[in-house]
Design a protein around this ligand. Structure first.
Ligand code: SIN
Length: 508
């Protein structure tokens, strides 16, 4: 028998921007974080900023149109309208909380990023938005005694009663298993970058929430849509440091080893083409042996250290002076558009289970997320999930099953990461995806249903089933775009093969 405690508000798994915003809005919450606050979460690493229609010549409708265009036909229109309508107030609210956004004469300084029709990205200290926003939100959480934080605490399974309702979580806190019963649980566990060999996200982020939710029977939406950031800095570091897209917004140019600017060969918008197109162009140049580099020597030059201090430091640590030298770049996993399917209040298909932030699929991002929409989504939908979850007051029922899900051994994770990057990366095909699915199923047979393996299986099975190319999902064997349908998947009974049971599709 494990230790048991009952908590009278939402238990929130994850302490990134979505999780902590949910806690603030819930007013009373227990937050479980596997790592110390402000570490191990992608929010704190975000360089871009928050996109919102704050400029006089911008509107939520224009922001919504850009979001939908990037999403390549799969965005949920209602979710996009809500996000873009609430965007400006969300940025102002964070500024009021203490996030030191860059301003000039009292107005937000707004940057242009790829696929935005207006300059609308509110930044902090050039490339420090994530860390500064998280610092402000963490201070607010720490100042709220009704919000309890447990660090070194991670979920090992969702607890359910006999009807399937989620009644709490089996957590490992400081190495001890503890059953925490609660009226509601909010998943805010982040994305899947740690499932891939090359990622810009913290290594700890590896689809745990997605896997746990799927194992509990939740509907998962669009898992095949993984976004690759075109310009991770290729200096052999794991995770790979990011060279923010804002550098291209400032005029930095992508060149190959011969110093030839190649982006115009791939898209008329060149450096400001949609992120997936830039990622595939860089992949192609590298695969052809021509290499890919970001040249900011003219566009940014001597201003680099104060305009982009985080990128500057990462380059210098890798022996590169970006004021004078080109930065070697490679595509890297950056964001997961898919996740646990939710409604506009973060409700999943399982009673009492909510999801917010990158682990959720609200439908906002469709097949490809527009740059700098993720912090905004975390705040807008994290707040809604927090309020909705806090409004459920029923006493939790008795859990029926208590065994923790197995852990993935570190050496097996490394095997998985290499295989995912090779076969479920920027360019995919049936042969590679089939080989990868076989490999994942063999690893599951050997090691049990570890949540990261389940998350990987969902990504790969959906990528194999989607015989078209759209947004972040490119199939070399199906390069054309087909009818716009979203993927909705549940694990088959007994966790059997997703290939045999098939995935469900729903027309938008
Ligand atoms: C970047 O700064 O390039 C990343 C922004 C984002 O992914 O939203």
């Amino acid at each position: 028998m494990h230790n048991r405690l009952t908590f009278d508000g939402p238990v929130i798994l994850g302490a990134g921007l979505a999780g902590l915003t949910a806690a603030i809005e819930a007013k009373r919450a227990l937050v479980l974080s596997p790592t110390p606050l402000a570490t191990g979460c992608s929010s704190a690493w975000a360089q871009g900023g928050m996109a919102a229609a704050l400029a006089a010549d911008d509107t939520p409708a224009l922001h919504a149109a850009d979001t939908a265009a990037a999403g390549a036909g799969l965005c949920d229109v209602e979710a996009v309208e809500l996000l873009t309508r609430e965007g400006p107030d969300a940025v102002r609210a964070l500024a009021a909380l203490g996030a030191p956004f860059d301003t000039k004469d009292g107005d937000f300084t707004l940057s242009l990023e790829a696929a935005h029709s207006k300059a609308r990205v509110a930044r902090v200290g050039g490339d420090g938005a994530g860390a500064a926003i998280m610092a402000a939100v963490i201070a607010a959480v720490r100042a709220t005694p009704a919000i309890e934080i447990r660090e070194n605490a991670r979920a090992r399974r969702l607890l359910q009663d006999a009807s399937g309702r989620v009644v709490g979580v089996l957590a490992e806190i400081d190495g001890q298993l503890v059953e925490i019963l609660s009226p509601t649980v909010i998943l805010a566990t982040g994305g899947v970058g740690g499932l891939y060999a090359v990622t810009t996200t913290p290594a700890e982020v590896r689809g745990e929430g997605l896997g746990l939710a799927a194992l509990a029977g939740a509907v998962i939406a669009d898992p095949e849509f993984v976004q690759f950031h075109p310009t991770a800095i290729d200096i052999g570091r794991d995770p790979a440091p990011l060279a923010t897209e804002a550098l291209r917004g400032e005029g930095a140019i992508l060149r190959n080893t011969d110093a030839r600017a190649f982006m115009a060969d791939y898209h008329p918008a060149a450096e400001l083409a949609p992120r997936d197109i830039v990622a595939r162009a860089i992949h192609a140049e590298r695969a052809a042996g021509r290499g890919a580099f970001l040249d900011a020597t003219t566009a940014v030059g001597a201003h680099f250290p104060h305009e982009f201090p985080a990128v500057f430091e990462a380059c210098r640590a890798g022996g590169i002076d970006p004021r004078r030298e080109m930065i070697p770049v490679t595509p890297a996993v950056h964001y997961h558009m898919g996740g646990v399917a939710t409604d506009l209040d973060g409700r999943t298909s399982l009673p009492a289970l909510y999801a917010a932030g990158e682990c959720a699929a609200t439908g906002v991002h469709g097949a490809n997320r527009l740059a700098s929409n993720s912090l905004l989504e975390a705040v807008v939908f994290g707040a809604r999930a927090g309020r909705a979850a806090a409004s459920e007051h029923h006493a939790p029922g008795q859990p029926v099953s208590l065994a923790p899900m197995p852990d993935l051994p570190a050496d097996v994770l490394q095997i998985l990461r290499k295989a995912m990057s090779r076969d479920a990366g920027v360019i995919r095909d049936a042969a590679g995806l089939t080989r990868l699915l076989d490999q994942i199923e063999a690893l599951e047979s050997a090691h049990g249903p570890c949540p990261p393996l389940i998350a990987a299986r969902l990504i790969v099975a959906a990528a194999l089933t989607r015989e078209e190319s759209r947004g972040g999902h490119f199939r070399a064997d199906f390069p054309a775009t087909a009818a716009p349908v979203r993927t909705f998947a549940t694990l088959p009974p007994g966790l059997g093969s997703l290939r045999e049971s098939g995935l469900q599709y729903a027309a938008e």
